[in-house]
Write a protein of this length. Structure first.
Lengths: 374, 265
């Protein structure tokens, strides 16, 4: 027994008339019902089809497409279509062109090889590009030295504020906490040998030599390197950089130079400040936990930390600053196409900046040991 | 068609403001079923804001908006979905999802509203929609970043048509297209309207589009709709902006072309 049919449900009834299989569709033939209809149609395996649309109430392009497919693939003839339905089917038939909707999937081997090749190409290209970028930065530095009026004091001062002043709190807090952690971990280990007093050596020397400047470099890369890439990238997208060039302003002088200069000049200051904060954090832990009074602590620090440790920080810091700022600005200037690229380039700028800083730091460590600054 | 005069969009007493700046004040509008309804107005008269209000992207300060006879103000997302699937929207820049190919972009609304349609059929649907909107045969597999501005618009309209909507919103569809592309686009919209029985809400600056396909035109000025009607009706009005718009050098040129085409036909 069949339930009374609802008007909106398309229904298919089949009759065999004069050796032909007549499919009578009724109800709504729209995207809402298309899944069911497609399934039902697939089950019908008769040849010589006639499709009767006289009882279809509504039809959209998806319905028309199904009818067209019956016509195309199974040679069905269509009867009983209204003028509008006929137009719709005609429209869909016209649109039935060979179309490519899927990207071709490469075989795994060639895909992996291709990816490795592309990555290598990008890596070499980046190295080459960074060198070129450094060269053009030197050139514009030269031209600024020759024409000091082209130095953009305001832009530099603004970058000082953004890169330096605004970073003071977060860098201070972070390195202060690192100082406490180093002191606490050091004390636990050294206590086993009854050498707790050497915690001060550990804090003082690691802070002045490495921790202060490295922590600062990582924070500056995350805060400012990324900001440079994103700022320059979006300026590149909105064609501001091109507009600048056509007016005769060199983007290298107006955008890149102030950012690089500010970072190079501020990194030693921030690095020194960070090192002091590590020492203060460690000192507070020593005072509260190891009962070493601040006066003794400071005195010990002065005895065990040689001046050369501070020189190391002050020499490394501007170099790190240069690398971070250059990576940021370079990636920003490389942005092309769409906003997605800005995000991608920003990430690359940070990763590249931190990576290069740590690689260089290793070289510096070897170098300073060789010249006897141990 | 008997249902032709039934209003699809009704806007009454609409008021929109951004901070101090009042964009619409007491704006009324009615779009009938099956018509191509043009909206014109100078820059900054709030054409796009009007469209965003109707499709629910901009919450108006005051006023009543009904689409398909259902009020759009204060509806919750789930209820509004039923209305949303009956319209398609083309944004100015196409607004394609950049991480998906054109074909996948078209399938997004299909998957969202009608899950369970099998992938082959979805691919077929995407293919004929792409073909209908006049894109090349290899466009479906491309990402939006690989397309030109005009192709992106066509892909955008293919996505807007994915669910066979009854109502189509177009925000400056011909802006940024070359004249040949713009004329083809006008023709496409006209054809789709005839084939699918669409109602089209069209924002435009393009006088040729107005003459070529719009049944009625609304003029936005002074924070409201100052006039609605066919172009001859508007021309008869004594409004300064309307006269300057339609009788300026560009307006006259477009009118001449339209007359010539009519004579040819």
């Amino acid at each position: 027994m069949r339930f009374p049919r609802m008007a909106v449900t398309p229904d298919i009834s089949r009759n065999v008339e004069e050796g032909r299989c007549v499919l009578k569709l009724s109800g709504n033939l729209t995207i809402l019902r298309v899944r069911k209809v497609a399934e039902q149609l697939a089950e019908i395996d008769a040849d010589n089809l006639v499709v009767d649309l006289s009882e279809v109430e509504r039809m959209d392009t998806v319905g028309a497409w199904l009818v067209h497919k019956l016509e195309r693939d199974r040679g069905a003839s269509i009867v009983g279509a209204t003028e509008e339905q006929r137009l719709l089917i005609e429209h869909v038939t016209q649109a039935d062109q060979p179309m490519k909707v899927k990207r071709e999937i490469e075989p795994a081997l060639t895909r992996v090889l291709g990816q490795v090749g592309a990555a290598t190409k990008v890596a070499i290209g980046t190295l080459y590009g960074l060198l070129g970028f450094f060269g053009s930065l030197l050139l514009s530095t030269g031209s600024i030295i020759r024409h000091p009026r082209r130095l953009r004091i305001n832009a530099i001062a603004q970058q000082f504020e953004v890169v330096g002043v605004h970073a003071l709190f977060i860098i201070g807090l972070m390195t202060f906490l690192v100082g406490i952690v180093i002191a606490q971990q050091g004390a636990v280990q050294l206590r086993q040998f009854g050498a707790e007093i050497y915690t001060i050596n550990l804090i003082g020397r690691s802070a002045m030599k490495e921790l202060g400047v490295l922590m600062t470099a990582i924070m500056v890369a995350g805060r400012s390197g990324s900001a440079f890439a994103a700022q320059l990238g979006s300026m590149k997208l909105s064609e501001e950089v091109d507009a600048m060039r056509t007016i005769g302003v060199s983007p290298m002088e107006a955008l890149v130079f102030p950012r690089v200069l500010a970072t190079v000049l501020l990194m030693p200051l921030l690095g020194f400040y960070a090192a002091i904060m590590v020492v203060i954090g460690g000192g507070i832990f020593c005072w509260l936990s190891l009962d070493i009074p601040p006066v003794t602590y400071v005195q010990r620090i002065r005895e065990v930390v040689p001046m050369t440790d501070l020189w190391q920080t002050l020499i490394k810091a501007p170099v790190f600053g240069l690398i971070i700022a250059m990576a940021g600005c370079y990636q920003g200037m490389q942005v092309q196409g769409n906003a997605e690229d800005v995000g991608l380039r920003t990430t690359t700028a940070v990763v590249q900046g931190i990576f290069l800083v740590i690689v260089l730091d290793a070289f510096f460590a070897v170098f300073f040991t060789m010249i006897g600054w141990t | 068609m008997a249902k032709k005069t039934e209003p699809v969009i009704q806007v009454g007493g609409l008021r929109n403001s951004f901070g101090e700046q009042l964009v619409h004040d007491g704006l009324d509008l009615e779009v009938k079923r099956g018509e191509i309804f043009g909206v014109v107005g100078g820059s900054g008269t709030g054409k796009s804001v009007l469209m965003r209000s109707i499709i629910g992207l901009q919450k108006p300060d005051e006023g009543e908006i009904t689409v398909f006879g259902e009020s759009m103000i204060g509806r919750d997302e789930e209820e509004a979905k039923h209305v949303r699937r009956r319209w398609g929207v083309l944004f100015q820049g196409g607004a394609l999802f950049s991480t998906l190919t054109v074909a996948e972009n078209i399938q997004v609304p299909i998957r969202e509203f009608y899950p369970g349609i099998d992938q082959d059929l979805q691919d077929e649907i995407a293919a004929y929609k792409i073909s209908m909107s006049g894109l090349d045969s290899d466009a479906g597999a491309k990402y939006p970043s690989e397309l030109s501005g005009g192709m992106r618009k066509r892909a955008g309209i293919a996505r807007a048509l994915a669910l066979d909507p009854e109502l189509l919103f177009l925000d400056e569809p011909t802006a940024g297209l070359d004249p040949i592309g713009a004329a083809a686009f006008d023709q496409l919209i006209g054809e789709l309207r005839d084939a699918l029985g669409l109602t089209v809400f069209l924002i435009t600056h393009d006088l040729d589009t107005l003459y070529a396909i719009c049944d009625r035109v609304a003029v936005l000025a002074d924070k409201k709709v100052v006039a609605v009607g066919t172009i001859p009706e508007l021309l008869a009005l004594d409004h300064e902006w309307i006269q300057a718009y339609f009788k300026g050098p560009r307006g006259r040129a477009a009118a001449t072309i339209a007359e010539r085409e009519e004579a040819d036909a």
